[in-house]
Write a protein that binds this ligand. Structure first.
Ligand code: E4P
Length: 218
């Protein structure tokens, strides 16, 4: 399973990259706004800065919601860096744009997916990634993980090439469950990735090893 980080914060992206386990980055307009990045030039410069840090794919979301606008924006976004994947919302014109880009060999990430039907459309249009949001479904008392498992199963039935990119991941149990059901990618904040490091028995075990070493070595 690939690990993407879901942030536009350069320090967090650097930290995950330095850990040596990072496969890519996802951003969205809210995450860019959180970093105070505004204006097209600054936004594009920021995407470039992200691409310079990571080795893998970087999802950059279009703001336009009409077919023509999404095509124009996507074609500009991919000139920033070869790592850019055009992130497109799951709406009617978005599906048309994904189909257009897939025919041109341009990679896309279909975002804001909340049902298996939407995921089927994204795969049929040729999306590179589909992003079902787990946490936001949990928030409205629907089982987000169930959707991930359902989409993985459907894609396997027909050998769709679209990768399931589990998004809106809030904690380590989401991430582990994604691995259990066979999601291709998980995108999450840095704190979810670093929380995987923690176990009290690791801490107490290491303290004991070091104390025993000190007893005989001073
Ligand atoms: C996915 O690409 C989105 O950026 C993201 O995972 C949304 O997560 P949230 O529901 O925590 O905002």
């Amino acid at each position: 399973m690939k690990f993407f980080i879901d942030t536009a914060n350069l320090n967090e992206i650097r930290e995950a990259q330095e850990l040596g386990i990072l496969d890519g980055v996802t951003t969205n307009p809210s995450l860019m706004a959180k970093e105070g990045i505004s204006g097209k030039n600054n936004v594009y410069k920021h995407y470039k800065a992200i691409c310079d840090i990571v080795d893998g794919d970087v999802s950059a979301e279009v703001i336009a919601t009409d077919f023509k606008g999404m095509i124009e924006e996507g074609e500009e976004l991919i000139t920033i860096d070869p790592k850019i994947v055009v992130k497109i919302p799951m709406i009617k014109d978005g599906i048309k744009a994904i189909k257009y880009f897939s025919q041109k060999g341009i990679r896309t990430n279909c975002t804001l997916v909340f049902s298996a039907g939407q995921a089927l459309l994204a795969a049929k249009a040729g999306a590179t990634y589909v992003s079902p949001f787990i946490g936001r479904l949990d928030d409205i008392s629907q089982d987000g993980m169930e959707l991930i498992a359902q989409i993985v199963g459907i894609y396997r039935n027909y050998d769709y090439q679209t990768e399931v990119l589990a998004a809106s991941v809030r904690h380590t149990m989401h991430l582990i469950s994604c691995a259990e059901v066979g999601a291709d990618v998980v995108t999450c904040p840095l704190n979810v990735i670093t929380a995987l490091l923690n176990h009290p028995l690791t801490d107490s075990g290491l303290a004991k090893f070091l104390a025993d070493h000190k007893k005989v070595n001073g």
